[in-house]
Design a protein around this ligand. Structure first.
Ligand code: ZN
Length: 107
């Protein structure tokens, strides 16, 4: 599965950064965006999804809220951490796969 660097969207009018894209900026109402690479960030929270309807035996999914260094906050799927859950404040690298899932790995 191919992965590329995560790209976030920055408002050209006010500088607000967000992901995923929206039509209008929630801060200033402009609809003028530029793409910006967001290859890294810091986890703010993480959680484990253990039981999902219709996905028996699929295994746990580790999710993290990550504040990218570009400023936008994204929800990322963590590479199954062998060393236990990722803690708040842990630096991660961010990519996006061809299913449009954001992936985080410890830096
Ligand atoms: Zn704006």
């Amino acid at each position: 599965m191919s992965e590329t660097t995560l790209t976030i969207f920055r408002c050209r009018a006010c500088g607000e950064a967000l992901f995923p894209a929206r039509y209008r900026c929630p801060r200033c109402g402009a609809a003028d965006w530029r793409d910006e690479d967001a290859p890294s960030g810091v986890t703010e929270e993480s959680t484990v999804v253990r039981h999902r309807v219709g996905a028996l035996g699929a295994g746990d999914i580790h999710l993290a809220t990550v504040r990218t260094d570009a400023g936008a906050v994204v929800i990322a799927r963590l590479d199954a951490p062998a060393s236990g859950p990722v803690r708040a404040g842990e630096p991660v690298l961010l990519t996006i796969d061809n299913a449009k899932r954001v992936l985080a790995r410890p830096r």
